[in-house]
Design a protein around this ligand. Sequence first.
Ligand code: ATP
Length: 320
Amino acid sequence: MQRIAVLTSGGDSPGMNAAIRAVVRKAIYHGLEVIGIQRGFSGFIEADMGPLNLSSVADIIHRGGTMLRTARSEEFKSIKGRAKAYANVERFGIQGLVVIGGDGSLKGADIFHREYQLPVIGVPGTIDNDIAGTDFSIGFDTAINTVVEAINKIRDTATSHERTFILEVMGRECGYIALMAGLAGGAESILIPELDFSIDEICEKLYRGYKRGKLHSIIIVAEGAASGLEIGRQIRDRTGLETKVTILGHLQRGGTPTAFDRILASRMGAKAVELLMSGYHKHMVGMVDGRIVAHPLEAAFQEAKPVDLEIYNLAGVLSI
Ligand code: ATP
């Protein structure tokens, strides 16, 4: 193998730059050439790509977002779109591809491999941490730290005004951000899409808290579970308590990656290159129990990532 390519796809996540840097530097260290593809599968189709060298990836390890930019490409979902991408594989002499992105991106990579047998390695990069086969995806740690920082700030004003705050966080159909940030931030209730919840129980818990002198309450709602505004309205209607809703939105995707995400991304990016050089052709890298491992690519999207019930129950016990 002499020349590989790398792209980032789907939603950006903090740490993607560190992963690109690791792919490029590890590959060059082993004598490979690297092509950087801009704007995910869109740039793959449109030949928006060029060589990367050691200094192309200098000074990016600490930056959020992705220097290769990212996109969602409808065209890549069609046979015709992927055929255009393959024409560029031949034109640029690409012999292996590293795709950094969420489950959709890894699915696209898998389909492309099935059609054209180009060796592909997926690197899980999404703040949602919704990819099976890895304990963590790149960007999740930074995102939950951002949410916890927001909870800390909201807690200050919530205490001063004795209010109930509802914080809606990202995660699509997955409750990991809500769950882990809720535990770390000491939220009273955490609403996630994987598990049923009862507004009556949430309201009862609020009453119990206020009765024993609690000055504020914070409820975390994963976007896939419910609308924060709707939960706020329902609680207000039932309890008469003043509720304030904050929707954190895209600020959860930005910011400088935490040390954890930089280390994870560096290890995963380097592992992806190692796998390509060792002849793996359709795999994803994952972190399992602290070790970087390889799984068949379909592990990323065939199974849903199970919710961590131990953490969920612990958060319930600690916020009683
Ligand atoms: P995030 O989790 O941050 O949203 P993602 O990678 O899951 O990231 P998607 O929008 O689902 O984001 O997928 C990114 C891109 O991957 C799509 O725009 C498309 O180009 C490609 N893709 C997704 N699903 C498929 C598919 N079934 N076939 C071919 N390409 C796909």
